[in-house]
Design a protein around this ligand. Sequence first.
Ligand SMILES: C[S@@+](CC[C@H](N)C(=O)[O-])C[C@H]1O[C@@H](n2cnc3c(N)ncnc32)[C@H](O)[C@@H]1O
Length: 278
Amino acid sequence: MSGQPGLDYRFDTRVAVQYDALRGHPAEVSAEIGRSIAAQMGKGARVLELGVGTGRIALPVAAAGCEVYGVDLSAHMLAALSGRLREQGIEGVHLAQGDITALPFREGVFDGAMAVHVLHLVADWAGVLAQVSRLVRPGGTLVLGRDWVDPESFAGMVRNFFRKTVVEVGTEMLPPGATAAAPPSGGAAIVQTLLSLGARPAGEGELVGAEWRSELTPRQVLDGIRSRDDAESWVLPDEVLTETMRRLDAFAEAQWPDLDAPQPVTRRFLLGVFRFGG
Ligand SMILES: C[S@@+](CC[C@H](N)C(=O)[O-])C[C@H]1O[C@@H](n2cnc3c(N)ncnc32)[C@H](O)[C@@H]1O
Protein backbone atom coordinates (compact mmCIF):
# COMPACT_ATOMS: atom_id res chain seq x y z
CA MET A 1 0.00 0.00 0.00
CA SER A 2 1.32 3.45 -0.74
CA GLY A 3 1.15 6.19 1.84
CA GLN A 4 3.24 8.18 4.26
CA PRO A 5 6.17 5.95 5.19
CA GLY A 6 5.86 4.65 8.74
CA LEU A 7 2.20 5.50 9.04
CA ASP A 8 -0.39 2.80 9.30
CA TYR A 9 -3.81 3.70 7.97
CA ARG A 10 -6.50 1.41 6.73
CA PHE A 11 -9.72 2.51 5.17
CA ASP A 12 -11.23 -0.79 6.28
CA THR A 13 -14.78 -1.92 6.95
CA ARG A 14 -15.07 -0.05 10.25
CA VAL A 15 -13.87 3.19 8.73
CA ALA A 16 -16.04 2.79 5.64
CA VAL A 17 -19.14 2.32 7.78
CA GLN A 18 -18.27 5.19 10.12
CA TYR A 19 -16.94 7.55 7.50
CA ASP A 20 -20.17 9.16 6.38
CA ALA A 21 -21.55 9.41 9.90
CA LEU A 22 -18.41 11.20 11.04
CA ARG A 23 -17.35 13.25 8.08
CA GLY A 24 -20.62 13.58 6.16
CA HIS A 25 -22.00 17.03 5.41
CA PRO A 26 -25.61 18.02 6.10
CA ALA A 27 -27.73 17.36 2.98
CA GLU A 28 -28.14 21.00 1.97
CA VAL A 29 -24.42 21.67 2.53
CA SER A 30 -23.52 18.64 0.45
CA ALA A 31 -25.70 19.89 -2.42
CA GLU A 32 -24.07 23.32 -2.20
CA ILE A 33 -20.58 21.77 -2.29
CA GLY A 34 -21.61 19.75 -5.37
CA ARG A 35 -22.90 22.85 -7.15
CA SER A 36 -19.84 24.94 -6.33
CA ILE A 37 -17.41 22.27 -7.60
CA ALA A 38 -19.51 21.59 -10.73
CA ALA A 39 -19.58 25.33 -11.46
CA GLN A 40 -15.75 25.29 -11.59
CA MET A 41 -15.62 22.17 -13.78
CA GLY A 42 -18.31 23.24 -16.27
CA LYS A 43 -21.67 21.73 -17.21
CA GLY A 44 -21.46 18.03 -18.08
CA ALA A 45 -17.73 17.91 -17.34
CA ARG A 46 -15.97 14.56 -17.12
CA VAL A 47 -14.22 14.67 -13.75
CA LEU A 48 -11.63 12.35 -12.18
CA GLU A 49 -11.80 12.04 -8.39
CA LEU A 50 -8.64 10.87 -6.62
CA GLY A 51 -9.51 8.78 -3.54
CA VAL A 52 -13.27 8.90 -4.04
CA GLY A 53 -13.94 7.07 -0.75
CA THR A 54 -17.63 6.67 0.01
CA GLY A 55 -18.62 9.34 -2.50
CA ARG A 56 -19.08 12.17 -0.01
CA ILE A 57 -17.99 14.61 -2.75
CA ALA A 58 -18.55 12.54 -5.93
CA LEU A 59 -22.28 12.09 -5.31
CA PRO A 60 -23.21 15.77 -5.02
CA VAL A 61 -20.88 16.69 -7.90
CA ALA A 62 -22.61 14.09 -10.09
CA ALA A 63 -26.00 15.34 -8.89
CA ALA A 64 -24.92 18.82 -10.02
CA GLY A 65 -24.39 17.53 -13.57
CA CYS A 66 -20.82 16.17 -13.88
CA GLU A 67 -19.73 12.64 -14.88
CA VAL A 68 -17.43 11.53 -12.06
CA TYR A 69 -14.77 8.82 -12.45
CA GLY A 70 -13.70 7.82 -8.94
CA VAL A 71 -10.53 5.86 -8.13
CA ASP A 72 -9.78 4.41 -4.69
CA LEU A 73 -7.51 1.75 -3.22
CA SER A 74 -10.02 0.59 -0.64
CA ALA A 75 -12.48 -2.11 -1.69
CA HIS A 76 -14.45 -1.35 1.50
CA MET A 77 -14.89 2.34 0.77
CA LEU A 78 -15.84 1.53 -2.84
CA ALA A 79 -18.32 -1.15 -1.72
CA ALA A 80 -20.04 1.40 0.53
CA LEU A 81 -20.24 3.81 -2.41
CA SER A 82 -21.47 1.17 -4.92
CA GLY A 83 -24.23 0.26 -2.46
CA ARG A 84 -25.35 3.86 -2.30
CA LEU A 85 -25.30 4.22 -6.08
CA ARG A 86 -27.47 1.11 -6.43
CA GLU A 87 -29.88 1.98 -3.61
CA GLN A 88 -30.39 5.52 -4.80
CA GLY A 89 -30.37 4.71 -8.53
CA ILE A 90 -27.65 7.32 -9.11
CA GLU A 91 -25.99 7.49 -12.51
CA GLY A 92 -22.98 9.54 -13.48
CA VAL A 93 -20.50 8.03 -11.00
CA HIS A 94 -18.07 5.41 -12.40
CA LEU A 95 -15.69 3.54 -10.10
CA ALA A 96 -12.30 1.88 -10.40
CA GLN A 97 -10.31 0.24 -7.64
CA GLY A 98 -6.67 1.22 -7.95
CA ASP A 99 -3.77 3.28 -6.74
CA ILE A 100 -3.79 6.94 -7.71
CA THR A 101 -0.02 6.77 -8.16
CA ALA A 102 -0.69 4.64 -11.30
CA LEU A 103 -3.81 6.02 -12.97
CA PRO A 104 -5.11 3.91 -15.89
CA PHE A 105 -6.50 6.63 -18.16
CA ARG A 106 -5.64 8.22 -21.50
CA GLU A 107 -4.04 11.66 -21.71
CA GLY A 108 -6.38 14.62 -21.89
CA VAL A 109 -9.48 12.49 -21.34
CA PHE A 110 -10.81 14.53 -18.40
CA ASP A 111 -12.18 18.07 -18.22
CA GLY A 112 -11.22 18.23 -14.59
CA ALA A 113 -9.98 16.41 -11.50
CA MET A 114 -10.60 16.76 -7.79
CA ALA A 115 -8.94 15.57 -4.60
CA VAL A 116 -10.30 15.93 -1.07
CA HIS A 117 -8.35 14.77 2.00
CA VAL A 118 -6.26 12.29 0.06
CA LEU A 119 -2.96 13.76 -1.19
CA HIS A 120 -1.55 13.90 2.37
CA LEU A 121 -1.93 10.10 2.54
CA VAL A 122 0.22 9.47 -0.52
CA ALA A 123 4.01 9.70 -0.24
CA ASP A 124 4.41 10.49 -3.97
CA TRP A 125 1.69 13.13 -4.13
CA ALA A 126 3.83 15.17 -6.53
CA GLY A 127 3.90 12.21 -8.95
CA VAL A 128 0.11 11.99 -8.69
CA LEU A 129 -0.22 15.67 -9.60
CA ALA A 130 2.14 15.19 -12.56
CA GLN A 131 -0.13 12.42 -13.86
CA VAL A 132 -3.22 14.53 -13.30
CA SER A 133 -1.66 17.36 -15.30
CA ARG A 134 -1.48 14.97 -18.28
CA LEU A 135 -4.88 13.34 -17.85
CA VAL A 136 -6.77 16.64 -17.65
CA ARG A 137 -7.13 18.39 -21.00
CA PRO A 138 -5.44 21.75 -21.58
CA GLY A 139 -7.65 24.43 -20.08
CA GLY A 140 -9.15 21.90 -17.66
CA THR A 141 -9.53 22.34 -13.92
CA LEU A 142 -8.18 20.84 -10.71
CA VAL A 143 -10.11 21.36 -7.48
CA LEU A 144 -8.42 20.63 -4.16
CA GLY A 145 -11.17 20.61 -1.55
CA ARG A 146 -10.90 20.56 2.22
CA ASP A 147 -13.04 20.82 5.31
CA TRP A 148 -12.24 23.82 7.50
CA VAL A 149 -13.16 24.36 11.13
CA ASP A 150 -12.97 27.86 12.59
CA PRO A 151 -9.61 27.84 14.42
CA GLU A 152 -11.06 30.32 16.96
CA SER A 153 -13.86 27.90 17.89
CA PHE A 154 -13.41 25.36 20.68
CA ALA A 155 -13.17 22.58 18.07
CA GLY A 156 -10.41 24.48 16.25
CA MET A 157 -8.55 24.95 19.55
CA VAL A 158 -8.80 21.21 20.28
CA ARG A 159 -7.54 20.43 16.79
CA ASN A 160 -4.57 22.80 17.08
CA PHE A 161 -3.60 21.47 20.52
CA PHE A 162 -3.94 17.90 19.22
CA ARG A 163 -1.65 18.54 16.20
CA LYS A 164 1.00 20.27 18.32
CA THR A 165 0.91 17.54 20.97
CA VAL A 166 1.14 14.67 18.45
CA VAL A 167 4.39 16.14 17.15
CA GLU A 168 5.75 16.62 20.71
CA VAL A 169 4.78 13.15 21.89
CA GLY A 170 5.88 11.46 18.66
CA THR A 171 9.31 13.12 18.95
CA GLU A 172 9.68 12.23 22.66
CA MET A 173 8.92 8.58 21.90
CA LEU A 174 11.34 8.14 19.01
CA PRO A 175 14.05 5.56 19.71
CA PRO A 176 17.53 7.10 20.16
CA GLY A 177 19.05 8.07 16.82
CA ALA A 178 15.77 7.75 14.87
CA THR A 179 14.31 10.66 12.94
CA ALA A 180 10.62 11.50 12.62
CA ALA A 181 8.78 10.65 9.39
CA ALA A 182 8.36 13.68 7.15
CA PRO A 183 5.18 15.58 8.02
CA PRO A 184 2.36 15.33 5.47
CA SER A 185 2.83 17.62 2.49
CA GLY A 186 1.57 21.10 3.11
CA GLY A 187 -0.50 23.35 0.89
CA ALA A 188 2.44 25.55 -0.15
CA ALA A 189 4.42 22.58 -1.52
CA ILE A 190 1.39 21.46 -3.51
CA VAL A 191 0.90 24.91 -5.01
CA GLN A 192 4.60 25.10 -5.98
CA THR A 193 4.39 21.69 -7.66
CA LEU A 194 1.25 22.67 -9.55
CA LEU A 195 2.88 25.89 -10.77
CA SER A 196 5.86 23.88 -12.03
CA LEU A 197 3.40 21.64 -13.92
CA GLY A 198 1.96 24.65 -15.72
CA ALA A 199 -1.20 25.02 -13.62
CA ARG A 200 -2.34 28.46 -12.48
CA PRO A 201 -4.52 29.31 -9.48
CA ALA A 202 -7.95 30.59 -10.54
CA GLY A 203 -8.42 33.67 -8.37
CA GLU A 204 -6.89 34.74 -5.09
CA GLY A 205 -6.71 32.01 -2.46
CA GLU A 206 -9.34 29.39 -1.75
CA LEU A 207 -13.03 29.82 -2.52
CA VAL A 208 -15.67 29.12 0.09
CA GLY A 209 -17.71 26.30 -1.46
CA ALA A 210 -20.10 26.20 1.50
CA GLU A 211 -20.30 27.59 5.03
CA TRP A 212 -22.47 26.30 7.86
CA ARG A 213 -22.71 26.17 11.63
CA SER A 214 -23.13 23.15 13.82
CA GLU A 215 -23.22 22.52 17.56
CA LEU A 216 -20.79 20.08 19.15
CA THR A 217 -19.65 19.36 22.68
CA PRO A 218 -15.98 19.22 23.63
CA ARG A 219 -16.53 15.60 24.72
CA GLN A 220 -17.80 14.66 21.23
CA VAL A 221 -14.70 16.13 19.62
CA LEU A 222 -12.34 14.48 22.13
CA ASP A 223 -14.08 11.11 21.84
CA GLY A 224 -13.94 11.32 18.04
CA ILE A 225 -10.16 11.69 18.22
CA ARG A 226 -9.74 9.09 21.00
CA SER A 227 -11.77 6.41 19.21
CA ARG A 228 -9.80 6.96 15.97
CA ASP A 229 -13.00 8.06 14.29
CA ASP A 230 -11.10 11.16 13.27
CA ALA A 231 -8.93 11.01 10.15
CA GLU A 232 -5.85 12.38 11.89
CA SER A 233 -5.88 9.86 14.74
CA TRP A 234 -6.36 6.81 12.43
CA VAL A 235 -2.69 6.88 11.63
CA LEU A 236 -1.21 7.15 15.13
CA PRO A 237 0.53 4.31 16.99
CA ASP A 238 -1.41 3.34 20.16
CA GLU A 239 1.18 4.68 22.59
CA VAL A 240 1.36 8.06 20.85
CA LEU A 241 -2.44 8.39 20.80
CA THR A 242 -2.78 7.38 24.48
CA GLU A 243 -0.25 9.95 25.70
CA THR A 244 -1.59 12.64 23.35
CA MET A 245 -5.12 12.07 24.68
CA ARG A 246 -3.90 12.30 28.29
CA ARG A 247 -2.51 15.78 27.55
CA LEU A 248 -5.49 16.78 25.39
CA ASP A 249 -8.03 15.77 28.08
CA ALA A 250 -6.15 17.84 30.67
CA PHE A 251 -6.09 20.82 28.28
CA ALA A 252 -9.83 20.53 27.57
CA GLU A 253 -10.79 20.15 31.25
CA ALA A 254 -8.85 23.30 32.09
CA GLN A 255 -10.41 25.25 29.19
CA TRP A 256 -14.07 24.19 29.40
CA PRO A 257 -15.57 23.36 32.79
CA ASP A 258 -18.55 21.55 31.22
CA LEU A 259 -17.35 19.17 28.53
CA ASP A 260 -20.96 18.27 27.69
CA ALA A 261 -22.15 21.79 26.93
CA PRO A 262 -22.78 22.22 23.18
CA GLN A 263 -20.91 25.06 21.52
CA PRO A 264 -21.35 26.54 18.06
CA VAL A 265 -18.73 25.84 15.41
CA THR A 266 -18.48 27.56 12.04
CA ARG A 267 -17.38 25.16 9.35
CA ARG A 268 -16.54 25.63 5.69
CA PHE A 269 -15.72 23.56 2.67
CA LEU A 270 -12.90 25.32 0.83
CA LEU A 271 -11.90 24.92 -2.81
CA GLY A 272 -8.42 25.53 -4.19
CA VAL A 273 -9.03 25.90 -7.93
CA PHE A 274 -6.29 25.56 -10.57
CA ARG A 275 -6.41 25.62 -14.39
CA PHE A 276 -4.00 23.67 -16.52
CA GLY A 277 -2.28 25.59 -19.30
CA GLY A 278 -4.13 25.47 -22.60
C1 LIG B 1 -9.85 10.51 4.03
S1 LIG B 1 -10.57 9.55 2.74
C2 LIG B 1 -11.28 10.81 1.71
C3 LIG B 1 -12.38 10.29 0.83
C4 LIG B 1 -13.09 11.37 0.00
N1 LIG B 1 -12.17 12.07 -0.87
C5 LIG B 1 -13.79 12.35 0.93
O1 LIG B 1 -13.30 13.47 1.10
O2 LIG B 1 -14.81 11.99 1.50
C6 LIG B 1 -9.15 9.10 1.79
C7 LIG B 1 -9.45 8.07 0.71
O3 LIG B 1 -8.30 7.97 -0.11
C8 LIG B 1 -8.07 6.60 -0.41
N2 LIG B 1 -6.65 6.44 -0.73
C9 LIG B 1 -5.58 6.62 0.08
N3 LIG B 1 -4.44 6.42 -0.60
C10 LIG B 1 -4.79 6.06 -1.87
C11 LIG B 1 -4.07 5.71 -3.04
N4 LIG B 1 -2.74 5.68 -3.05
N5 LIG B 1 -4.76 5.42 -4.16
C12 LIG B 1 -6.12 5.44 -4.16
N6 LIG B 1 -6.86 5.78 -3.08
C13 LIG B 1 -6.20 6.07 -1.96
C14 LIG B 1 -8.52 5.87 0.83
O4 LIG B 1 -8.81 4.51 0.55
C15 LIG B 1 -9.75 6.67 1.24
O5 LIG B 1 -10.93 6.19 0.65
